[in-house]
Design a protein around this ligand. Structure first.
Ligand code: FES
Length: 77
């Protein structure tokens, strides 16, 4: 999942969301339980109202699961 150099732009409906934190999921950016053999757990968050979110795809955000623009720092100049 963290091989992208850009976020996943998603329209989310209200409810609990589980985003991958281990990078092994095959249903990115959502957790598919691939972390089971690691000591890493998904990032769980509750969305209260329908909204568009930018979920980090590079793994460098300091505000996971959300993109904070850190992926811009890894682009070639
Ligand atoms: S995609 Fe990771 S900070 Fe934007």
């Amino acid at each position: 999942m963290y091989k992208r150099n850009k976020p996943y732009i998603l329209h989310e409906e209200p409810g609990t969301k589980r985003y991958c934190a281990c990078g092994k999921t095959k249903t990115a950016p959502y957790c598919d339980e691939s972390h089971r053999c690691t000591d890493i757990y998904p990032i769980e968050t509750y969305i209260e109202i329908p909204k568009t979110v930018a979920i980090c795809g590079c793994g460098k955000s300091k505000n996971l699961p959300y993109c904070d623009g850190s992926h811009e720092c890894s682009k070639p100049i």
